[in-house]
Design a protein around this ligand. Structure first.
Ligand code: NAD
Length: 363
């Protein structure tokens, strides 16, 4: 099981170190190799996704990714910005399906800004298409000012586009995921205004006919944004395009109280995947040892389940995280009075201890 470890920038190195510590106690034959990505890669090699890093990622069964980005790179040309590394990895590995579960842990019900009865027991899965939509349409806009910026420009535009196979494959992924859950898919679109999303809706409906056991409904994105805060538990699997998915998955992330808790997976057709926390590099808290490593640790669990075919090891991590939360340990982002505040490393150590205690008890 080859894992490419790409910690990246900011808190990336701190949180990935904890995930690796957790993977190490599982006693599985992992081969892990680390490489630079993002701003640190730009500083060292002049590119956020150096050839060697891309090669390592391509040859691995899975990529464990931290986060990239820092405000100090904001002035760089777009192609050299740290975030371009993620787009490059998605493109080169053919990652088209982004899975973002939003689960509310009972112990963290109070961390949400929503009422406990709205949020308690929440367990939804947002599946976002990653390769099409307005992010990859042509042309992408025109920079007409002499320095390449928009100063003095009269217009900018992006085109929205989806091809049938792109919609079909993400729809299949969603229906298959729903079959393993409560067999409900909500396809989110803007078919009332956008041709692209009328097409999306029609193709998803066609694919849905192959899954008569799964209930399909359609919802406009504005309504979906509203329903996610009004009654999020009504959803099970949400499938949507690249831009709507980007926005809705962040909204869903906040339902649970902290972005520091939410893992994500991006998969290609052969289940090779990139696993990363849903949050960014948090430059505001980098280097302070206070970042929540749980989203990354839970991403490692997703990696074991989806790409490495080790569902029991994934269960062990997830159950250890629940035990640690039940014991009252909290990083600052999820802390509330009465709980014990811990740093990044202590949280990782606690998950390791919870796994090893269970192993010893079983043994
Ligand atoms: P962010 O997610 O990095 O941070 C938003 C807020 O959440 C900050 O206050 C931060 O301190 C907090 N936060 C995030 N993760 C946390 C954790 N694990 N524990 C505790 N608190 C946490 O988003 P941002 O500030 O908008 O972006 C910072 C940089 O990250 C930017 O350069 C952005 O482009 C980049 N970014 C990268 C990714 C990625 O690597 N996939 C995703 C989003 C943003």
């Amino acid at each position: 099981m080859k894992i490419a470890v790409l910690p990246g920038d900011g808190i990336g190195t701190e949180i990935v170190a904890e995930a690796i510590k957790v993977l190490a106690v599982l006693d599985l034959p992992f081969e892990m190799e680390t490489a630079l990505v993002g701003g640190v890669a730009y500083d060292a090699h002049g590119h956020p996704l150096p050839e060697a890093t891309l090669k390592l990622a391509k040859e691995a069964d899975a990529v464990l990714f931290g986060a990239v980005g820092d405000w100090k790179y904001d002035k760089l040309e777009r192609q050299f910005r740290p975030e371009q590394a993620i787009l490059g990895l998605r493109k080169n590995l053919g990652l088209f399906a982004n899975f973002r579960p939003a689960i509310c842990y009972e112990q963290l019900v109070d961390a949400s800004s929503l009422k406990p009865e709205v949020i308690s027991g929440l367990d939804i899965l947002i599946i976002r298409e990653l390769t099409g939509d307005i992010y990859f349409g042509q042309p992408r806009g025109r920079r007409i000012a002499p320095d390449g910026a928009y100063a003095g420009a009269e217009e900018a535009f992006d085109t929205m586009r989806y091809a049938r196979p792109e919609i079909e494959r993400i729809a299949h992924v969603a229906f298959q995921a729903a079959r393993k859950r409560s067999k409900r898919v909500t396809s989110v679109d803007k078919a009332n205004v956008l041709e692209t999303f009328q097409f999306w809706k029609d193709v998803v409906t066609e694919v849905g006919q192959q899954y008569p056991d799964v209930e399909l409904d359609h919802m406009y994105v504005d309504n979906a944004a509203m329903q996610l805060v009004r009654a999020p538990k009504k959803f099970d699997v949400i499938v949507t395009g690249n831009m709507f998915g980007d926005i809705l998955s962040d909204e869903a992330a906040m339902l649970t109280g902290s972005i520091g808790m939410l893992p994500s997976a991006s998969l290609n057709a052969s289940n090779q995947g990139l696993y990363e926390p849903s949050h960014g590099s948090a430059p505001d808290i980098a280097g302070q040892g206070i970042a929540n490593p749980l989203a990354t640790i839970l991403s490692a669990a997703m990696m074991l389940r989806f790409s490495l075919n080790q569902p029991q090891a994934a269960d062990r991590i997830e159950s250890a995280v629940k035990d640690v939360l039940a014991s009252g340990l909290r990083t600052a982002d999820i802390w509330s009075s009465g709980a014990t505040k811990v740093g990044t490393r202590e949280m990782g150590d606690a998950v390791v201890a919870a796994i090893t205690t269970k192993t010893t008890t079983k043994g």
